[in-house]
Design a binder for this molecule. Structure first.
Ligand code: PMP
Length: 410
């Protein structure tokens, strides 16, 4: 049976990520991994989750309700909490503007189905989140890539993309995955101006927004758009669709994310989600709501403290050991540092050597590019290792880069 012939064009276009295959090696406990962009499970609020379960059991009717089917839009108190958190002076979001999704990944899936078809012009940063490229890729859009520097999206390059006819733009303004960059406020304002000048819909992904280690990031694009349009205008004229997730601040296994959008878009997403999976786990939404509503600030303060120290350890070690011919970004939050290797050095080859000789893993950068660039880049995550382990790992990785460079020159 030739199954390939029987598949839809969209299904035929889905390819296994070479990188994900390579990273299967990470299941080996001997490998020191800076690859996964995952939160540290030691920081999960396990005691609080147990308390929430115990409390629910005290009320059998509510406990049973938590195991029942529920409405597609999501658990109303959680939607209200998000609407309230995302509302600003100029933009008041209502419950009807919020859809709870199965993680931000499902927000991306639903938005892809609603807005993309083969050939739709979609602007994305170089580099950008691999998981977003995977979802978008299933719809076979026509990518237009936007250049970045240490401050993220370069507005001139974005305007070029918009002039080339981009209809949509996906961006992670805070502590980007994979680059670690944060877009400063003046550039954000320019992005909003350009979106309205060229009539481009923006998908704003705020996955890492609360994980800041120095100062809070600048206002979100949604907030700035509210100021740009003036009070009460967003429902009618807004172009920013924002998504968030509980995965980075609480726990990924909750699979709780959300999208905020003007009602007409949200209604479409609700219908599509209903067709896909009916709703997000009722119990998990109740747990997420409890965790958000009670004690979130204290919990996130601990994450900032721990991750901040790990970030500092990685940056200190890189400052000390990285060869001059390579460079790295300085993230103010999130989980990632982005390395640019000397010209001509291939990060995939380096990974093979790094696993073989140092038992140390990272993600080669190429997969984060919608075009064929980035062979000499790589992503490091500092979220799961202690500062000492990070320092030792960076020392060894930098020594390997140095040896590779000597071998290239020789
Ligand atoms: N957006 C970004 C930028 C991410 O890094 C991730 C997770 N790696 C997601 C979205 C998806 O997160 P989730 O589906 O767990 O909410």
């Amino acid at each position: 049976m030739n199954w390939e012939n029987r598949l839809s064009k969209d299904a035929q276009s889905i390819k296994a990520s070479e990188i994900r295959e390579l990273l299967k090696i990470l299941e080996d406990p001997e490998i020191l991994s800076f690859a996964g962009g995952i939160p540290d499970p030691q920081l999960f609020p396990m005691d609080r989750v147990r308390d929430i379960r115990i409390n629910l059991e005290k009320n059998p009717a509510a406990d049973r309700q938590a195991m029942q089917y529920s409405q597609t839009e999501g658990y109303a108190p959680l939607r209200d909490w998000i609407a309230d958190r995302c509302s600003t002076e100029n933009t008041i979001l209502e419950r009807e503007n919020v859809l709870i999704t199965n993680g931000a990944q499902q927000s991306l899936t639903l938005l892809s189905t609603i807005f993309l078809e083969a050939g739709t012009k979609l602007a994305v940063a170089s580099p950008t989140y691999l998981g977003a490229l995977q979802v978008f890729g299933t719809r076979r859009p026509d990518y237009i890539t936007v250049d970045t520097d240490e401050n993220g999206i370069i507005p001139e390059s974005l305007e070029e993309a918009f002039k080339k006819g981009a209809r949509l733009f996906y961006t992670i303004p805070d502590f980007q995955n994979p680059g670690g960059m944060t877009i400063p406020e003046d550039r954000r304002v320019r992005i909003i101006e350009l979106a309205h000048q060229y009539d481009v819909v923006i998908f704003e992904d705020t996955a890492y927004r609360t994980l800041y280690y120095d100062a809070p990031p600048p206002p979100s694009l949604l907030e700035l758009e509210g100021a740009f349009l003036g009070k009460g205008q967003w429902q009618e004229k807004g172009l920013v669709i924002q998504m968030g997730t509980a995965s980075k601040t609480l726990m990924p296994a909750l699979r709780v994310g959300w999208t905020t959008a003007p009602k007409i878009i949200l209604d479409k997403m609700v219908l599509l989600k209903q067709a896909n999976d009916l709703h997000t786990s009722t119990l998990n939404q109740i747990i997420a709501h409890e965790l958000f509503f009670n004690g979130l600030d204290e919990h996130v303060a601990i994450l900032r403290e721990v991750y901040g120290k790990r970030r500092d350890a990685m940056l200190d070690a890189l400052r000390q050991y990285i060869p001059n011919s390579a460079s790295y970004t300085v993230p103010k939050g999130g989980m990632f540092v982005w390395i640019t290797l000397p010209e001509g050095m291939d990060a995939k080859d380096l990974l093979e050597k790094s696993i073989a000789h140092e038992k140390l893993a990272f993600v080669p950068g190429k997969a984060f590019f919608a075009d064929e660039k980035g062979a000499n880049t790589l992503r490091l995550s500092f979220s799961t290792c202690s500062p000492d382990v990070i320092r030792d790992g960076m020392k060894r990785l930098c020594a390997l880069i140095q040896r590779e460079q000597m071998a290239q020159v020789a």
